[in-house]
Design a binder for this molecule. Structure first.
Ligand SMILES: [Zn+2]
Length: 435
């Protein structure tokens, strides 16, 4: 009998290639070492009885800002620029500090785990603080340090940010859960010189580049006025896409731009709720799929979403794309779940060891309860994940082979403390914004 860390018994194990059937999953040293019916040769330290549960690869949230968690519901129902200039940026200016970012990211990471997210791709400041928060909660994270031309947080110049990224990359190089990335905010906040520096550094250190791209029509119009071409063409004109790039939003790309992205293996992080709520508009992704652009799913921050439910994003995205294309066959449930898991891992350059339940991959899994009214009857687990269920049915979360949430209780943080701290910051922020 081989001693192992964890055995998941009799779960409905989600499979993109073969039939989804009741199987066991054996986990040791953070990895999936066997998947099969009635595995017998193992002596596990812990057994999870998963009959009446779907075993799902953890969701990849490919664009978010965990450090903004205390701005949830601070200001809603406004256009993007007014929302940023009147509320978000002044409040950030008054409150941003390493401690604030740690506290905000901690509740953000906790909320992500509650929504079945096992890896998130962040863009913000003080990345080391978000890294520590992610480590505390036990979630995987890629911390994109924001690069802007204007002074931000505690940096006067972008060069200071590049030095910080180098330092952090060195510090967290061997970390099991944490990676750093370079996140030029957008083409309208980051000039060509810094975009090129970001790209060169990303290539040198083999890091991901994470950028907001074509989020609003205004951004596209301004880019054409200023540079005589559309945003993706502009970035392509100086080789930005030669790096490993993930573009958040990207809802106003024409076909030529879609081709550029596909040819350069640039993935897109779809943020449906945020785009709908800010009325940034929406493009049909059918043409993106036809052009072979890799799509992934993201929540954006809770300041603009205002929740972190990947299940809700899948449902909304699938339905919106059907109506936009006047075609209910667009984005079927299985493809949607793949986009939220395996394709998300691909977007983050991690599909070799994340995103599906296969031998040799990391054990990042969520267990979804189907022993309830909302989940019955069940014909197709993919359909349920996209159209029937909510995050409330996500009961257990395993990351890197470790239980992070059990029966909806987070194991590494005190949830009451997080709630109290959110109330404390709420009082201070409300006083500031109403004065
Ligand atoms: Zn964003």
């Amino acid at each position: 009998m081989q001693k192992i860390d964890l055995l998941i018994k009799n779960g409905l194990v989600l499979d993109f290639e073969q039939k989804t059937e009741v199987k066991d999953v054996a986990i040791d040293d953070g990895k999936i070492i066997a998947v099969g019916k009635d595995l017998k040769n193992y002596d596990p330290l812990k057994v999870i009885e998963a009959q009446n549960k779907i075993v799902v690869p953890g969701f990849a949230n490919t664009h978010t800002h965990a450090g903004m968690s205390y701005f949830k519901g601070l200001a809603d129902d406004l256009p993007l620029m007014k929302w940023l200039t009147k509320f978000i940026w002044p409040t950030e200016k008054a409150f941003l500090s390493p401690k604030f970012v740690y506290d905000a990211a901690l509740i953000g990471c906790a909320e992500m785990v509650k929504n079945g997210i096992t890896i998130f791709n962040d863009m913000y400041f003080f990345g080391e603080q978000t890294a520590k928060a992610a480590e505390k909660v036990g979630i995987r994270a890629i911390l994109g340090e924001g690069v802007l031309d204007a002074p931000v947080a505690n940096y006067q110049k972008a060069d200071e940010i590049f030095s910080y990224i180098k330092k952090m990359n060195e510090k967290f190089k061997e970390h099991e859960l944490i990676d750093f990335a370079i996140a030029p905010h957008a083409i309208y906040t980051c000039g060509k010189e810094n975009l090129i520096k970001a790209k060169d550094l990303a290539e040198k250190l083999d890091l991901l580049l994470h950028i907001h791209l074509s989020e609003t029509r205004q951004e596209v119009e301004d880019c054409i006025k200023k540079h005589g071409m559309r945003p993706a063409q502009y970035l392509n004109s100086f080789g930005f896409f030669e790096g490993k790039v993930i573009a958040a939003h990207a809802i106003w790309l024409d076909e030529k731009e879609q081709e550029i992205l596909a040819n350069n293996d640039v993935s897109i992080a779809i943020n449906t709720s945020s785009n709908l709520k800010l009325a940034s508009g929406f493009d049909s992704f059918k043409s993106y799929i036809d052009h072979n652009v890799n799509l992934s799913i993201a929540t954006d921050s809770v300041a603009s979403n205002n929740n972190l439910s990947i299940i809700e994003e899948m449902s909304l995205t699938a339905k919106l794309q059907k109506v936009l294309n006047d075609d209910p066959t667009v984005l079927p449930a299985k493809q949607m779940v793949k986009i939220a898991t395996l394709d998300g891992a691909k977007a983050l350059d991690k599909s070799a060891y994340l995103g599906s339940i296969q031998i040799g991959k990391k054990a990042d899994l969520i267990l979804v309860d189907i022993d309830n009214i909302e989940s019955q009857p069940l014909y197709d687990p993919f359909s349920h994940l996209v159209y029937s269920l909510s995050s409330e049915q996500i009961k257990d979360v395993i990351i890197n082979g470790k239980m992070i949430m059990e029966n909806r209780k987070l194991l590494n943080v005190d949830e009451n403390e997080l709630i109290e701290k959110a109330r404390y910051y709420h009082d201070r922020i409300e006083k500031f914004t109403s004065s």
